[in-house]
Design a protein around this ligand. Structure first.
Ligand code: NDP
Length: 275
């Protein structure tokens, strides 16, 4: 029987996951990995996530992606978790086993790092990195970035949240937590916007002169040219990217977990970028 997958969130109608996974599965047509269907966007009630997961399992689904605001509840329903999921206390991929076990992973960090390294050809090692934000998205990527490069600065409007986020790290090393004012005079090779400021067309209060020569400015948001991306172009960033590549790469990690094969992400990113 063809294996079924879905994405769960609230809201959910905007999700591109069904489109992305359908393109992935078509790459494995005629092979076991391609014997799947992923077309359902499931709107779970805000107080009914665990019940929705139970229903999907009973209906025979093999797994699901989880998006806002349920990533922390998905961590709770998982009976086994990967290291990244454990550290972030948040899960975006669930795999259901017939014996009742639920495996939870968080692929956001791997997706971001892969997009930056493989698609944008930017070497993270040895670079001075600034991570903006301390919400769900920042939590998902902070530790994977820290694992590769401890020269990491974090900034958030509510600075206590950034402190709490980095408390979970093994060791602070060169990692610093900053207010936006404290960034004046500092320069970074990689600036990652993991805030939701782009959603409301706002610009985090970054000082000018923040980009070092050759810097990459990365906005995790996709689907629009954000004020941060415009600011980066006007203030000397060498490369400016949105988060579409990350979206596809984190999906590829989910696909690998479920189907045991790694899809080619390049044509999928290109298709999604078509006007
Ligand atoms: P949250 O609501 O959890 O966190 C929002 C964060 O943004 C907080 O740190 C908040 O600061 C900060 N913030 C909001 N507005 C501003 C502003 N005007 N200036 C400065 N900081 C601001 O959101 P998420 O972390 O879940 O999502 C963040 C973004 O990441 C979204 O745009 C989402 O679409 C994107 N994303 C992309 C993914 C991808 O695959 N490409 C995956 C996951 C998320 P404070 O704490 O002070 O309120």
């Amino acid at each position: 029987m063809t294996d079924r997958y879905a994405v769960i969130g609230n809201p959910i109608s905007h999700s591109k996951s069904p489109e992305i996974h359908t393109m992935f599965s078509e790459q494995f047509k005629g092979k076991p990995a391609g014997d799947m269907v992923y077309k359902d966007r499931i709107l779970a009630p805000l107080d009914g996530f665990a019940e929705t997961i139970e229903r999907l399992r009973k209906e025979g689904y093999k797994g699901c992606n989880v998006t806002v605001p349920f990533k922390f509840e998905a961590f709770q329903v998982a009976t086994q978790r990967t290291g990244p999921a454990q550290i972030m206390q948040a899960v975006n991929t669930l795999k259901f086993f017939d014996d009742g076990r639920i495996f939870g992973d968080n692929t956001d960090g791997k997706g971001l790092v892969r997009d930056i390294k493989e698609n944008l050809h930017f070497d993270i090692v040895g670079k001075h990195i600034l991570l903006m934000g301390a919400g769900g998205a920042a939590h998902g990527v902070a530790q994977p970035l820290f694992d590769i490069n401890r020269n990491l600065a974090v900034v958030n409007r509510t600075v206590e949240k950034a402190r709490h986020m980095t408390d979970a790290f093994d060791k602070q090393d060169q990692t610093t937590v900053n207010t936006y004012e404290e960034l004046v005079g500092q320069r970074f090779d990689l600036v990652i916007n993991a805030t939701s400021s782009g959603l409301s067309d706002e610009m985090p209060p970054l000082p000018p002169g923040i980009f070092a020569p050759g810097a990459l400015a990365y906005d995790m948001m996709y689907g629009r040219d954000t004020p941060f991306m415009k600011f980066a172009r006007a203030n000397g960033a060498a490369t400016v990217s949105d988060g579409l590549g990350m979206l596809v790469e984190q999906a590829a990690e989910s696909f690998f977990l479920w189907r045991g094969e790694r899809p080619d992400t390049v044509p999928v990113i290109a298709t999604l970028r078509l006007p």
